[in-house]
Design a protein. Structure first.
Length: 202
Protein backbone atom coordinates (compact mmCIF):
# COMPACT_ATOMS: atom_id res chain seq x y z
CA UNK A 1 0.00 0.00 0.00
CA UNK A 2 1.28 3.46 -0.91
CA UNK A 3 -0.01 6.87 0.10
CA UNK A 4 1.12 10.32 -0.99
CA UNK A 5 1.88 12.93 1.67
CA UNK A 6 0.05 16.21 1.08
CA UNK A 7 -0.65 19.57 2.63
CA UNK A 8 -3.98 18.29 3.93
CA UNK A 9 -2.21 15.51 5.84
CA UNK A 10 0.19 18.02 7.39
CA UNK A 11 -2.67 20.25 8.56
CA UNK A 12 -4.39 17.28 10.20
CA UNK A 13 -1.23 16.07 11.92
CA UNK A 14 -0.40 19.59 13.12
CA UNK A 15 -3.90 19.99 14.58
CA UNK A 16 -4.61 22.93 12.26
CA UNK A 17 -7.59 21.15 10.69
CA UNK A 18 -10.69 19.70 12.33
CA UNK A 19 -10.43 16.58 10.17
CA UNK A 20 -8.93 13.38 11.53
CA UNK A 21 -8.32 11.55 8.25
CA UNK A 22 -5.13 11.38 6.21
CA UNK A 23 -4.17 9.01 3.38
CA UNK A 24 -6.09 11.05 0.78
CA UNK A 25 -4.48 9.39 -2.24
CA UNK A 26 -3.59 5.71 -2.26
CA UNK A 27 -2.28 2.86 -4.39
CA UNK A 28 -2.80 -0.78 -3.47
CA UNK A 29 -4.25 -4.18 -4.30
CA UNK A 30 -7.91 -5.21 -4.27
CA UNK A 31 -8.60 -7.95 -1.70
CA UNK A 32 -12.43 -7.81 -1.69
CA UNK A 33 -15.12 -6.36 -3.91
CA UNK A 34 -18.84 -5.70 -3.65
CA UNK A 35 -21.35 -7.99 -5.34
CA UNK A 36 -22.37 -5.31 -7.84
CA UNK A 37 -18.84 -4.31 -8.85
CA UNK A 38 -18.11 -5.50 -12.39
CA UNK A 39 -15.00 -3.72 -13.69
CA UNK A 40 -12.71 -4.27 -10.70
CA UNK A 41 -11.49 -7.71 -9.64
CA UNK A 42 -9.68 -9.12 -6.61
CA UNK A 43 -5.96 -8.93 -7.29
CA UNK A 44 -6.14 -5.77 -9.40
CA UNK A 45 -3.73 -2.98 -8.53
CA UNK A 46 -5.61 0.30 -8.22
CA UNK A 47 -5.17 3.92 -7.17
CA UNK A 48 -7.72 6.46 -6.05
CA UNK A 49 -8.83 9.00 -3.48
CA UNK A 50 -9.48 7.86 0.04
CA UNK A 51 -10.20 9.29 3.48
CA UNK A 52 -8.75 7.03 6.10
CA UNK A 53 -5.93 6.78 8.64
CA UNK A 54 -3.16 4.95 6.78
CA UNK A 55 -5.05 1.71 7.36
CA UNK A 56 -3.80 -1.41 5.58
CA UNK A 57 -7.42 -2.23 4.70
CA UNK A 58 -9.53 0.58 3.28
CA UNK A 59 -13.00 0.55 1.75
CA UNK A 60 -13.46 2.83 -1.24
CA UNK A 61 -16.16 3.40 -3.83
CA UNK A 62 -15.60 1.43 -7.04
CA UNK A 63 -16.49 4.51 -9.08
CA UNK A 64 -13.49 6.33 -7.60
CA UNK A 65 -10.96 3.64 -8.49
CA UNK A 66 -8.61 3.62 -11.47
CA UNK A 67 -6.87 0.39 -12.40
CA UNK A 68 -3.11 0.33 -12.78
CA UNK A 69 -1.76 -1.02 -16.04
CA UNK A 70 1.40 -2.89 -16.90
CA UNK A 71 4.23 -0.39 -17.16
CA UNK A 72 2.70 2.07 -14.69
CA UNK A 73 4.97 3.16 -11.85
CA UNK A 74 3.11 2.66 -8.53
CA UNK A 75 4.81 5.59 -6.79
CA UNK A 76 3.87 7.88 -9.66
CA UNK A 77 0.24 6.75 -9.65
CA UNK A 78 0.06 7.59 -5.95
CA UNK A 79 0.90 11.22 -6.78
CA UNK A 80 -1.80 11.78 -9.40
CA UNK A 81 -5.11 12.19 -7.53
CA UNK A 82 -4.59 15.37 -5.51
CA UNK A 83 -2.22 17.01 -7.97
CA UNK A 84 -4.37 16.71 -11.08
CA UNK A 85 -7.76 15.15 -10.39
CA UNK A 86 -9.40 18.23 -8.95
CA UNK A 87 -10.55 21.39 -10.64
CA UNK A 88 -6.94 22.14 -11.46
CA UNK A 89 -7.03 20.42 -14.84
CA UNK A 90 -9.83 22.49 -16.32
CA UNK A 91 -9.15 25.67 -14.37
CA UNK A 92 -5.53 25.74 -15.50
CA UNK A 93 -6.46 25.10 -19.10
CA UNK A 94 -9.18 27.77 -19.11
CA UNK A 95 -7.08 30.32 -17.24
CA UNK A 96 -4.21 29.82 -19.67
CA UNK A 97 -6.46 30.80 -22.58
CA UNK A 98 -7.97 33.77 -20.74
CA UNK A 99 -4.61 35.11 -19.55
CA UNK A 100 -3.07 34.78 -22.99
CA UNK A 101 -6.00 36.63 -24.55
CA UNK A 102 -5.80 39.46 -22.00
CA UNK A 103 -2.06 39.74 -22.59
CA UNK A 104 -2.62 40.00 -26.33
CA UNK A 105 -5.34 42.64 -26.05
CA UNK A 106 -3.37 44.81 -23.65
CA UNK A 107 -0.17 44.70 -25.70
CA UNK A 108 -1.97 45.21 -29.04
CA UNK A 109 0.15 42.58 -30.80
CA UNK A 110 -2.31 41.75 -33.58
CA UNK A 111 0.03 39.37 -35.39
CA UNK A 112 0.76 37.58 -32.16
CA UNK A 113 -2.96 37.29 -31.49
CA UNK A 114 -3.44 35.62 -34.83
CA UNK A 115 -0.69 33.11 -34.04
CA UNK A 116 -2.08 32.42 -30.58
CA UNK A 117 -5.51 31.65 -31.94
CA UNK A 118 -4.01 28.76 -33.88
CA UNK A 119 -2.24 27.26 -30.89
CA UNK A 120 -3.58 23.89 -29.69
CA UNK A 121 -5.79 24.16 -26.64
CA UNK A 122 -4.60 20.89 -25.17
CA UNK A 123 -1.27 22.23 -23.91
CA UNK A 124 -1.19 22.11 -20.13
CA UNK A 125 1.44 24.00 -18.15
CA UNK A 126 2.36 21.66 -15.33
CA UNK A 127 5.31 23.64 -13.98
CA UNK A 128 3.44 25.19 -11.02
CA UNK A 129 2.16 21.78 -9.94
CA UNK A 130 5.58 20.18 -10.28
CA UNK A 131 6.92 22.89 -7.98
CA UNK A 132 4.40 22.10 -5.26
CA UNK A 133 1.67 24.60 -6.12
CA UNK A 134 -1.93 23.58 -5.44
CA UNK A 135 -5.01 24.31 -7.52
CA UNK A 136 -7.49 22.88 -5.04
CA UNK A 137 -10.62 25.00 -5.15
CA UNK A 138 -12.51 23.06 -2.49
CA UNK A 139 -11.80 20.95 0.54
CA UNK A 140 -10.81 17.50 -0.69
CA UNK A 141 -13.24 15.69 1.59
CA UNK A 142 -16.11 17.91 0.43
CA UNK A 143 -15.43 16.75 -3.11
CA UNK A 144 -14.92 13.16 -2.00
CA UNK A 145 -18.23 13.00 -0.13
CA UNK A 146 -20.46 15.24 -2.22
CA UNK A 147 -19.01 15.24 -5.76
CA UNK A 148 -17.92 11.64 -6.18
CA UNK A 149 -18.83 11.40 -9.86
CA UNK A 150 -17.09 14.67 -10.67
CA UNK A 151 -13.92 13.70 -8.84
CA UNK A 152 -13.94 10.29 -10.51
CA UNK A 153 -14.20 11.89 -13.95
CA UNK A 154 -11.27 14.19 -13.20
CA UNK A 155 -9.13 11.28 -12.04
CA UNK A 156 -9.98 9.41 -15.24
CA UNK A 157 -8.92 12.46 -17.27
CA UNK A 158 -5.71 12.87 -15.30
CA UNK A 159 -4.86 9.19 -15.76
CA UNK A 160 -5.41 9.41 -19.50
CA UNK A 161 -3.21 12.51 -19.79
CA UNK A 162 -0.51 10.86 -17.69
CA UNK A 163 -0.43 7.74 -19.86
CA UNK A 164 -0.27 9.89 -22.99
CA UNK A 165 2.69 11.67 -21.35
CA UNK A 166 0.87 15.00 -21.60
CA UNK A 167 1.32 15.56 -17.87
CA UNK A 168 4.19 14.29 -15.69
CA UNK A 169 4.02 12.55 -12.38
CA UNK A 170 4.77 14.80 -9.44
CA UNK A 171 8.38 14.54 -8.41
CA UNK A 172 11.08 14.01 -7.53
CA UNK A 173 9.52 11.20 -5.49
CA UNK A 174 10.90 10.21 -2.11
CA UNK A 175 9.62 6.87 -0.80
CA UNK A 176 9.54 6.41 2.97
CA UNK A 177 8.43 3.65 5.30
CA UNK A 178 5.43 4.14 7.58
CA UNK A 179 7.82 4.36 10.53
CA UNK A 180 9.12 7.61 9.02
CA UNK A 181 5.67 9.17 8.58
CA UNK A 182 6.15 11.72 11.37
CA UNK A 183 9.52 12.69 9.91
CA UNK A 184 7.91 13.12 6.50
CA UNK A 185 5.26 15.40 8.00
CA UNK A 186 7.90 17.43 9.85
CA UNK A 187 9.99 17.78 6.68
CA UNK A 188 7.05 18.81 4.48
CA UNK A 189 7.61 22.13 2.75
CA UNK A 190 5.46 24.44 0.65
CA UNK A 191 8.49 25.60 -1.33
CA UNK A 192 8.64 25.23 -5.10
CA UNK A 193 10.77 22.48 -6.67
CA UNK A 194 10.33 20.31 -3.61
CA UNK A 195 10.10 16.53 -3.44
CA UNK A 196 6.91 14.50 -3.22
CA UNK A 197 6.89 11.95 -0.39
CA UNK A 198 5.11 8.62 -0.81
CA UNK A 199 4.60 6.43 2.27
CA UNK A 200 4.82 2.64 1.94
CA UNK A 201 3.08 0.78 4.73
CA UNK A 202 2.32 -2.75 3.63
Amino acid sequence: MLSGVNKEDVLVMDGADSLTTVSHEIYGGVVQKGVNVEDINVGDRVFDFSADRLATFQTVSASMVQKAEQGDVPEELATLPLAYATFGIRITNNLTRVLETNCIVRSFHRDRAKDRSKAPGSTLDTLPTSRGASYLAFDVLDLYRQKERLLSDYLLTATSLYRQKLIPAIGPIEKRNLADFNKAIAAFTYAFATKKTVIKYI
